[in-house]
Design a protein around this ligand. Structure first.
Ligand SMILES: C[S@@+](CC[C@H](N)C(=O)[O-])C[C@H]1O[C@@H](n2cnc3c(N)ncnc32)[C@H](O)[C@@H]1O
Length: 285
């Protein structure tokens, strides 16, 4: 019988052979999923022999990962802001970089117990809106997406996180037709230049929705569209927070200033890349 350590070693080596850098961690995560074990248990039980059914389940998951299906699709979930989000091929996998935006918004709020109204344009899995609602117990919000299939996943995540009562998730084309003004508007729009998508890792280019990636010729189409709408979606004194791609921060900051926003700040991700732009809508007088 194969032991825990032997199986992890064998799967990790095969994952690394196809260019997956974190082979050992991923092998452990696959075993954790197949056996319903924590990572701590996997480390502690390294010499324990595994039942053949568990080994077969690990091998089935590993075969999908070896074909460069994203880990989030193989597992069916991804952790974001310490919460577990269901992930399918209908939504962008939540990225650690996007936690920069959540963190920047949280730091900008003087009163976390306020009854704030939030809007998330391009809600996808719901990771931004639902993480913020999780932190802000009196807040409620609206999440918009053009993809009906993404909204199905977002609604499942809202229910699983016990936030469905405070999150309205509905179809739309950015801010079109929205008449309410919000205290906080967040968005992580598609920002990859169209011609660059095919150069990305196969996990992204072949498995993630193009609607979540494609930012037009220069990657900035959605920001231009949003800049034209944010002035009437954010209340005077309210906050907008936008995620940006590498090298886009300065131009997006300019668009936001031109749309009537002040106190524009840039927030770096853990790799030191400017990743989120935060700004406040000027108040009259
Ligand atoms: C980069 S993903 C972000 C998803 C999620 N907010 C996150 O941070 O992981 C962009 C999202 O915008 C949605 N989207 C694209 N075009 C849209 C449009 N015209 N109106 C509303 N949503 C749109 C996509 O379907 C996708 O879910």
């Amino acid at each position: 019988m194969v032991t825990v350590a032997e199986l992890v070693q064998s799967v990790a080596r095969r994952l690394e052979d196809v260019g997956i850098t974190e082979g050992r961690l991923e092998a452990r995560l696959l075993l954790g999923e197949a056996a319903d074990w924590t990572l701590e248990k996997i480390v502690a039980e390294r010499d324990t022999p595994l039942e053949s059914g568990v080994v077969a389940r690990v091998e089935r998951l590993a075969a999908r990962r070896l074909a460069r299906e994203p880990m989030s699709h193989v597992l069916g979930w991804r952790e974001f802001w310490s919460l577990r989000f269901k992930v399918t091929s209908d939504v962008l996998t939540p990225r650690p970089d996007s936690e920069t935006l959540v963190e920047a918004v949280m730091r900008a709020l003087p009163d976390r117990a306020a009854k704030l109204r939030l809007l998330d344009l391009g809600v996808g899995s719901g990771c931004l809106l639902l993480s913020l609602l999780h932190e802000l117990p009196q807040a409620s919000g609206v999440g918009i997406d053009r993809s009906a299939r993404a909204l199905v996943v977002a609604r499942q995540n809202a229910r699983a996180l016990d936030l469905a009562g405070r999150a309205e998730l509905r179809a739309g084309d950015w801010g079109d037709g929205i008449e309410e003004v919000f205290d906080i508007v967040v968005s992580n729009p598609p920002y990859v230049p169209s011609d660059d998508i095919e150069t990305l890792d196969p996990e992204v280019s072949e498995h993630e929705p193009w609607l979540a990636l494609d930012g037009g010729a220069d990657g900035l189409d959605c920001y231009r569209r949003l800049a034209g709408q944010l002035g009437y979606l954010v209340r005077p004194g309210g906050i907008v927070a936008l995620e940006v791609g590498k090298g886009q921060a300065a131009v997006v900051a300019r668009l936001i200033r031109a749309a009537g926003f002040i106190d524009v700040s840039t927030h770096n991700d853990l790799a030191g890349i400017p990743r989120a732009i935060l700004a406040r809508r000027s108040s009259p007088g």
